[in-house]
Structure formats: structure tokens, C-alpha cells
Design a protein around this ligand. Structure first.
Ligand code: CP
Length: 339
């Protein structure tokens, strides 16, 4: 039984097939692939796009989605094996995942890092526990990567450039300012998928302390070796933007200061000028801009950048619906495992 936890677990041919199916759903939204089937969507963190597009996507394919917010409208869950459960949690993931597997055909999980200890958060324990205990496919709705955003992003680029072949495009993944340290998930994902599709990728960030986890840097290097393109690192916005075809922005907290955020704040605040603005976009080669959203205007990117014809963030957000339908249809077509 396949889960959808990371695009790195899926071959390029399989990802291409999902993108082709997503493009087909974009042309013809209605289908019966989930007729009589259901998905439980577990949100440990807030969402606008993910929740709306998964619920709607299940409906458009004839299925049914049930949203649960553990600790809010569902019981708080324990994830440690062998835990003496005398704290807040009322039940263990071992029961939650197996019970849900008796009810539904798919389980989606959104669980962000706790932002205290990266050595713990990088193990992605919540979704890994669901994948271990569930008897139905589990879908990553954003944990320490965001694979659905990856597919939506690539589909938006392919449709903007009018070709599925993105090789030779100069791609800049730029850190941008935000007043709080944010998850590295979308940055990890952008690095993975841009290199997977053979682009010439520059990771632009304020200092070496903002480099991404070694696991994702290594995935990117392996992707370059397998799919061509290149990977470089820059701390110079003017040099990185020059000649770019794609600018993808995200803010994230420096892993070097994980859990000691008061020490990171002055560094972050000193790099407010990483905001994506018209002057930087003018250095690109008619470059397109995108962001996963939500986005704080005039903090991460200016109004002018967001409102320009070259901003494809809304197309990317729309594509979340289409790619998620493709993934749900693909996973639901598998034979059910024994519960
Ligand atoms: N991009 C994204 O996942 O949006 P939400 O957090 O609103 O779901």
C-alpha cells in the first residue's frame, strides 16, 4: 500500500502521471473516482487552501471528507510508543489510525513542527506514526515538507511556460522576511521539486545559518545528479535574481537557532530587504513569481509584485485542488489492506 508522504518516494514517471491527471481534472472537474469513498482530514494546525481544496476535491470526485482537529473537536492524541498517558492526550495514535482505517479510505494529516527541538521535529513523528498504524493510505497535507504544494507549483510552472520540460530554467528559491520564524516545509519541498524537474536552482538566503536541513540539501544534490540542472547557494539577492525565470519566495526560521528564536530575531530583522519587490523582479529574465500562500503583503512581497501579471500564486493555489484530486484518486484505486 502506497502513502503520499514525500514526492521523493515517487518516481518521476509517477509524478508526471499525477500531473497529467491533475491537468485533466483542471479541464474536467467532475469524476467518480471517489464514489462511495471517504477521507479523514486531520488538522493539527490551521489551513485555508488545504482544507477547502481537499474537501471540495473529494466532493467533486463523488467522495466525502471529514475534517477533524485533534485537541479541539477531536480527542488529543499521544504519539510516543510506550507512553504512560497521564497528560493531556486521551487516546493513542495506534487506536486513532486503526479506527479511522475502519471508517475511511484515506487519511490526510497536517502537523507542523513544534519549533522547540529540530532533532525531534525532523523525524516527522506525527505523520510517520499515522503511516505506521493506518491500514489505509496516508497523505501529507504539510508537516516538514509540503508535497501537494510541490505538485501544484510544478503544474503552475508547466502551464505558464507551456511545456512539461522545465530544464534550463533559472529558478531562485528565496528566503523572505516574516516577523516570526516559520516552518521550513515549503522551502524543503521547493528545493526538492525544482531539482527533480531539472532546473538550475539557486537557494538564496540571508546567511549560511538559513541553509535547509542536510536531508533536503542532499535530496537536491541527488536530484541534480539524476535529472540534470544545477544547485547553487547565494546570499546576494542582486546576483541571484539576475536572469532568473522563476522566483519562489518563502520565509523560514534558521535551523541553527531552532528553539532559541530570540537569538535569531535580530538576524531575521536585519534582512527585511529580502522582500520580493519590483526592483529585484526587474533583474530577472521576464521571471514569474510565486508563493504557497498565505502571504503578508509588503512584508514578504510588495503589492506590485503580487498584483503583476507575472505572479502565478493564484494559479498555484488553484492547482492544489487538481493535484490533490489526482493523488486521492490514485491512492484510493489501490486494494485496501487488511485492518
Ligand atoms: N499553502 C497552504 O497550504 O495553504 P493553507 O495553509 O491555507 O492550507
Amino acid at each position: 500500500m502506497r502513502h503520499f508522504l514525500s514526492t521523493q518516494d515517487w518516481s518521476r514517471d509517477e509524478l508526471d502521471a499525477l500531473l497529467a491527471q491533475a491537468a485533466a481534472f483542471k479541464r474536467t472537474p467532475a469524476g467518480t473516482q471517489l464514489a462511495g469513498k471517504s477521507i479523514a482530514l486531520l488538522f493539527f494546525n490551521p489551513s485555508m487552501r488545504t482544507r477547502t481544496s481537499f474537501e471540495l476535491g473529494a466532493f467533486q470526485l463523488g467522495g466525502h471528507a471529514i475534517v477533524l482537529q485533534p485537541g479541539k473537536d477531536a480527542w488529543p492524541i499521544e504519539f510516543e510508543l510506550g507512553a504512560v498517558m497521564d497528560g493531556e492526550a486521551e487516546e493513542h495514535v495506534a487506536e486513532v489510525a486503526r479506527v479511522l482505517s475502519r471508517y475511511v479510505d484515506l487519511i490526510g494529516v497536517r502537523a507542523f513542527p513544534k519549533f522547540r527541538d529540530w532533532s525531534v521535529d525532523r523525524e516527522d513523528r506525527v505523520i510517520q506514526a499515522f503511516a505506521r498504524h493506518a491500514r489505509v493510505p496516508v497523505i501529507n497535507m504539510e508537516t516538514i515538507t509540503h508535497p501537494m504544494q510541490e505538485l501544484a507549483h510544478i503544474l503552475a510552472l508547466q502551464q505558464h511556460f507551456g511545456t512539461s520540460d522545465l530544464r534550463g530554467r533559472k529558478y531562485v528559491l528565496t528566503w523572505t522576511y516574516h516577523p516570526r520564524p516559520l516552518n521550513t516545509a515549503v522551502a524543503n519541498s521547493a528545493l526538492q521539486i525544482a531539482t527533480r524537474y531539472g532546473m538550475d536552482v539557486t537557494l538564496l538566503c540571508p546567511t549560511p545559518e538559513y541553509l535547509l536541513d542536510a536531508r533536503y540539501m542532499e535530496h537536491a544534490r541527488r536530484n541534480v545528479a539524476a535529472h540534470g540542472g544545477s544547485l547553487s547557494i547565494s546570499h546576494d539577492p542582486q546576483a541571484a535574481y539576475r536572469g532568473a525565470h522563476v522566483v519562489y519566495a518563502k520565509s523560514w526560521g534558521a535551523l541553527a537557532y531552532f528553539g532559541r528564536w530570540e537569538q535569531e530575531q535580530p538576524i531575521r530583522d536585519a534582512h527585511r530587504h529580502f522582500i520580493v519587490d519590483e526592483a529585484k523582479m526587474a533583474l530577472t529574465d521576464h521571471g514569474v513569481f510565486s508563493h504557497c500562500l498565505p502571504l503578508r503583503r509588503n512584508v514578504k512581497a510588495t503589492d506590485a509584485v503580487m498584483d503583476a501579471a507575472s505572479c502565478i500564486a493564484i494559479d498555484e493555489a488553484e492547482n492544489r485542488l487538481h493535484v490533490q484530486k489526482a493523488v486521492m484518486a490514485s491512492l484510493a484505486a489501490q486494494p485496501r489492506g487488511a485492518a
